[in-house]
Design a binder for this molecule. Structure first.
Ligand code: SF4
Ligand code: SF4
Length: 468
């Protein structure tokens, strides 16, 4: 892909808003797909915090307790690398889809797109069609205008509050959060985040809209690096469309020396980015396909073939053979599959148990009057499962040793317990001063949860006759 960088592109200009873009509501295949996907995604977003697993919230990022619960698995700060690996899977899947299908993420499933679509839908219901909205904005202030604007903004704020509380319920259990909200008993910090996310959603989806994509989103900037001549994009078929000009339904464009574009401007009116796709590929385009729906409708009315604006590729537009799958797409795809498999295996083989051993700092060892050598340790056991478990502890590497420890080691889900243990052995059994040993910690209810922890046992073999 060739980039034409001119000097004026390198000059940083002060930000200049292009005003509010009033989008015309459009029907068609792509708009319907967006609408269905949007409702589905909003429904999923709202429902997930209410899902229960084993009597607890199935998906919960509990920052206070430093746990991220995802159904049967709980991630801890120690699992951060694992979480990074999961995020890498998402990133590579996104690269794969972008290099293959262009900005479909932006156009169909990005939260900014989904929320903006919902807010525009409400705006349309309250203030009317695009032309009615433009007229309303130009009107002098009146009670009717104030009433419409107030209802719209109240509904937007309500939607933002629902969205904000839903988002926070991923971090605070729904039972706690909604009870506190209903009883006006939220702490200062929760109230702050509720207000913060409400205002962010209201500002982003209600006011900023496409400006988030064009001026704020970093992904919009760097994804062009994943594009090539074969990437799917929305484009206008210039060869077929020019020269553009309005005409009557019964006119023959060939006789008039015209192309198929009737210059109805609908593709511009429906564009949420406010661009004219006929001017060529532009970074503001989010590949939503609304201009395709609008143009197809016009083509149908004039009895011309559909597809003057279409999903295509640079290669296809310049008359070349479309090549949907190239080495870059395959590389991203293969990498995504490899990381997904590796991450799944990693998660599956992860042992939900964390242990550490601390030796008694005061004395390396003690020898009693019977010649028994004692070493004292503190075992820290963290139960990373979602249920309370009993643990068995035994020692390997030291023959005929005796372990003294609490009788019943029961640790609640997500809890850490310190267990003092004393290991004693007759000095006759010691062959060297430092013996390598292992503490073996195993969950009674789930024997596959087992860990070996290596340490050493000190004892003076020259002391074997002590006290006899
Ligand atoms: S140009 Fe077409 S595909 Fe691109 S953002 Fe506008 S309406 Fe969507
Ligand atoms: S919708 Fe189609 S016909 Fe109308 S102006 Fe756009 S490209 Fe031309």
């Amino acid at each position: 892909m060739k980039f034409d960088i001119k000097e004026e592109h390198l000059i940083i200009k002060p930000y200049k808003s292009n005003g509010t873009i009033q989008v015309r509501e459009q029907k068609g295949t792509y708009q319907e797909t967006r609408r269905v996907l949007s409702w589905l995604l909003i429904l999923i977003f709202i429902s997930i915090p209410f899902l229960q697993y084993n009597g607890q919230q199935a998906v919960l990022l509990n920052i206070e307790n430093q746990q991220f619960r995802f159904f049967a698995v709980t991630f801890w700060p120690q699992d951060f690398i694992l979480l990074a690996s999961v995020l890498m899977v998402g990133a590579f899947a996104l690269f794969f889809v972008t290099s293959w299908l262009g900005r479909v993420w932006c156009g169909f499933v990005c939260p900014q797109t989904v929320w903006t679509l919902a807010y525009i839908w409400v705006e349309h219901r309250i203030e009317g069609t695009r032309n009615q909205r433009i007229a309303l904005d130009k009107q002098a202030n009146s009670f009717a205008k104030l009433q419409k604007k107030s209802i719209k903004h109240l509904l937007w704020l309500l939607m933002s509050a629902v969205s904000a509380s839903t988002f926070i319920s991923y971090f605070i259990p729904t039972t706690v959060l909604y009870h506190e909200m209903m009883t006006f008993n939220c702490s200062g910090i929760v109230t702050f985040w509720l207000c913060f996310f409400t205002l962010c959603t209201y500002g982003n989806a209600g006011w900023l809209r496409e400006k988030v994509c064009t001026d704020m989103c970093p992904y919009a900037r760097f994804q062009a690096a994943m594009f090539d001549k074969n990437t799917l994009l929305v484009a206008y078929d210039k060869a077929r469309g020019e020269g553009r000009a309005p005409r009557k339904l019964k006119d023959d464009p060939k006789q008039l020396g015209l192309g198929d574009c009737v210059d109805c401007n609908l593709c511009v009116d429906v564009c949420p980015a406010g661009i004219d796709i006929r001017n060529g590929m532009q970074y503001e385009c989010i590949n939503c396909g609304l201009c395709i729906d609008a143009c197809d409708e016009t083509m149908e009315r004039f009895n011309y073939p559909k597809g003057l604006i279409l999903y295509t590729s640079e290669q296809q537009l310049s008359g070349g053979k479309p090549k949907r799958v190239n080495s870059k797409v395959v590389a991203y795809g293969v990498f995504t599959v490899i990381i997904t498999i590796a991450t799944s295996v990693w998660i599956n083989s992860r042992i939900p148990l964390e242990t550490s051993i601390l030796r008694d700092r005061n004395a390396l060892y003690r020898t009693n009057y019977l010649g028994i050598v004692e070493n004292t340790y503190t075992l820290k056991i963290l139960n990373k499962t979602q249920q309370a478990l009993h643990y068995k502890i035994f020692v390997t590497g030291l023959e005929e040793s005796t372990l003294t420890l609490p009788k019943d080691i029961l640790i609640a889900a997500g809890d850490m317990r310190e267990i003092p243990v004393t290991l004693s052995v007759d000095s006759y059994s010691l062959t060297k001063r430092i013996t390598n040993i292992s503490f073996n910690i195993q969950a009674t209810e789930q024997p596959d949860i087992v860990l070996d922890k290596k340490t050493v046992f000190y004892g003076d073999k020259n002391n074997k006759y002590a006290g006899r």
